[in-house]
Design a protein around this ligand. Structure first.
Ligand code: ZN
Length: 338
C-alpha cells in the first residue's frame, strides 16, 4: 500500500483564517492512515511536482500562467470560496504531482493500491478556472496522463459535491468514465442524472444525485445496481477515486448521513472495479470534519487492502431509493440510443 503525502508542516497554501479547507485536514488524514489496520503495510512516498507537459493535457497554458502569476504576485480571492497566497502555487503543483507519483509507482509494480493525502482538492477545477477550493484538477491530470498512454480510466467521485470540473474536462473523452454520487441539490449545481456525456463520448458520465439524508445503504445500492454494470461494460484499466469524505454525517458542508463504516464498504466495491491489483488510487478531495476525516481515511485505506476496519457501523434507512430507479431508467435510454 502506497501513501503519497507531503509534510503538512511544510504546506504553504493558506486559504484564509477559519477556512474549512486547511492543512489540518491532511494531518487528520495521515493520522487515519497511521491508525488503520494496514499501517504496517504502508510505504510513504513524497509527492513530486506535476510538470508543464502533464498539466497542459488538462489546463490551457494561459490558465496555468495566469494562476501562477496571481499566486506569486501576492494572491487573493479567485472566487468567493477560493483564496490563494504565493505558496498556493507550489502546493497545488505538489497535489497534482502526488497523484501522478502514485500512478507512476503503482505502474512500476510497487503496491496493490495507493492513497493520496494532498490538498488543495481538485474536482471542481475546470480546465480554465479555479473554483470551490480547487486550483488544479489533480485527478483529471492523472487520468489524462493515463489516457495519453492508451489506458481506459474510471473516475469514481464519492465526494458529497458533484465534481463538475472532472465531468466537464472529460465530457467528450470516450476513454474516461466519470461516475459521481453526490447530494442534490448542492454546490456547484451540476450533476443531474440527465448529464451523461458529450456527443463524442455518450454514456461516459454517470451521475447519481441523492437527496439530503441519504445513508450508506442507498450509496451501496447505487454502486451495486447502477454503477457496477456500467463499469463492467466500460472495462477500465485504471481506477481513480475522488475520495472526498464530506458525505460523512458529521461533515459541516452537507447533509448526507454516511459513516466511516460506509466508506469501508464503498471502497470494497470500488477496488474490485480495477482489473488487477496495483491499478487503483484513492485521492483525497473534500472532508472538513477532522475526526470524521481521520476515521473515514482509516476505513478506506484498510479496505483498499481488503481489511474491514469499521470504527462506526454502516448507516441505513435514509431516502433516495427512488432516485436509483430513475437513474437506471435514464441509463437505459442512453444505452438504447448508443
Ligand atoms: Zn466536497
Amino acid at each position: 500500500m502506497l501513501l503519497v503525502a507531503g509534510d503538512p508542516e511544510l504546506d504553504r497554501h493558506d486559504s484564509g483564517a477559519g477556512h474549512p479547507e486547511r492543512a489540518a485536514r491532511v494531518r487528520s488524514a495521515l493520522r487515519g492512515v497511521r491508525e488503520s489496520l494496514v499501517a504496517d503495510a504502508v510505504t510513504q512516498l513524497e509527492p513530486r511536482r506535476a510538470t508543464d507537459e502533464e498539466l497542459t493535457r488538462v489546463h490551457p497554458r494561459r490558465y496555468l500562467d495566469a494562476l501562477r502569476a496571481f499566486c506569486l504576485s501576492g494572491g487573493g480571492d479567485l472566487d468567493p470560496d477560493t483564496t490563494v497566497v504565493p505558496g498556493s502555487w507550489d502546493t497545488a503543483l505538489l497535489a497534482a504531482g502526488a497523484v501522478l507519483a502514485a500512478v507512476d509507482a503503482l505502474g512500476a509494480g510497487s503496491g496493490e493500491a495507493a492513497f493520496v493525502a494532498a490538498r488543495p482538492p481538485g474536482h471542481h477545477a475546470l480546465a480554465d478556472r479555479a473554483m470551490g477550493f480547487c486550483l488544479l484538477n489533480n485527478v483529471a491530470v492523472a487520468a489524462a496522463s493515463l489516457v495519453g498512454r492508451g489506458e481506459r480510466v474510471l473516475v469514481v467521485d464519492w465526494d458529497v459535491h458533484h465534481g463538475n470540473g472532472t465531468q466537464d474536462i472529460f465530457w467528450n473523452e470516450p476513454a474516461v468514465l466519470y461516475v459521481s454520487t453526490h447530494q442534490w441539490p448542492l454546490y456547484p449545481g451540476t450533476g443531474r442524472m440527465e448529464e451523461t456525456g458529450g456527443p463524442k463520448a455518450p454514456g461516459t458520465t454517470l451521475n447519481v444525485p441523492l437527496p439530503p439524508g441519504a445513508t450508506g445503504d442507498v450509496l451501496l445500492a447505487a454502486f451495486d445496481e447502477v454503477v457496477a454494470p456500467v463499469v463492467e461494460r466500460f472495462s477500465p484499466t485504471w481506477v481513480l477515486v475522488s475520495a472526498g469524505f464530506d458525505a460523512h454525517r458529521a461533515d459541516p458542508q452537507a447533509g448526507l448521513e454516511l459513516t466511516s463504516g460506509d466508506f469501508a464498504a464503498l471502497t470494497e466495491r470500488v477496488r474490485h472495479y480495477a482489473p488487477a491489483p496495483g491499478r487503483v488510487v484513492a485521492v483525497l478531495e473534500g472532508g472538513y470534519d477532522l475526526d470524521a476525516l481521520r476515521l473515514s481515511v482509516s476505513a478506506t485505506v484498510s479496505a483498499l487492502l481488503g481489511e474491514r476496519d469499521a470504527p462506526e457501523a454502516p448507516s441505513s434507512g435514509g431516502p433516495g431509493r427512488d432516485v436509483l430507479a430513475a437513474v437506471r431508467r435514464a441509463r437505459a435510454r442512453v444505452e438504447a440510443d448508443g
